[in-house]
Design a protein around this ligand. Structure first.
Ligand SMILES: [Zn+2]
Ligand SMILES: [Zn+2]
Length: 190
């Protein structure tokens, strides 16, 4: 495993607005690969760890964890393109066996291989790509707020993940801003 972020990753982080000194601190925090950002999970946590500003944190997280179910991730230095049904352990990055079911424990480290995610549609939560209650496709934890706003906008259940995947960083920013406004003032109707 490389002990620091690749030159390409560092340049991408710079392009997202991080300063040289901030990038240098990342390995000390244990952030040595793009996959580490997925473990961090959301912009707020990234900010707590690194102290970077909100816009940059969101841009970094959109790059690091965006892209939906078929994602590109760096494993041991080589870039592999995941097919939608291959699951890697969240904790130790071990590829899960073929008969893996959402909720199974990782055979390598014994923790639950996938994060538990809340459903934007029915509010149930569980592991896996789809909600067991209503069948909605789960979205990334960091984008739950966006999915809830799309739901308030009247977007159909099955269209929300597609819509999220198609949004640019700037469009997500705007949606975040609207989601904030909508949840202030009014009681959350979840
Ligand atoms: Zn594991
Ligand atoms: Zn659901």
């Amino acid at each position: 495993m490389p002990a620091s972020l690749s030159v390409l990753e560092q340049n991408i982080l710079k392009a997202k607005g991080m300063k040289e000194a901030q990038i240098k601190k990342l390995p000390k925090l244990g952030i040595t690969s793009k996959a580490a950002f997925a473990t961090i999970g959301d912009a707020a946590t990234l900010r707590e760890l690194t102290g970077i500003d909100e816009t940059t944190a969101k841009a970094v997280m959109a790059w690091a964890v965006g892209g939906g179910s078929a994602s590109t991730q760096s494993v041991g230095g080589t870039v592999v393109v995941d097919s939608a049904d291959i699951v890697y352990c969240l904790h130790c990055k071990t590829r899960q066996p073929k008969d893996y079911q959402p909720g199974d424990l990782c055979p390598s480290c014994g923790k639950q291989a996938e994060p538990v995610v809340a459903c934007y549609w029915c509010g149930a939560s569980g592991p896996g790509k789809f909600c067991r209650q209503c069948g909605a496709e789960h979205v990334l934890a960091g984008e739950l707020e966006l999915a809830l706003q799309l739901r308030r906008d009247g977007i159909a259940k099955d269209d929300i993940p597609k819509r999220l995947a198609s949004l640019s960083v700037a469009e997500k920013e705007a949606l975040f801003a609207r989601a904030r406004k909508a949840t202030h003032g009014h009681a959350r109707n979840m």
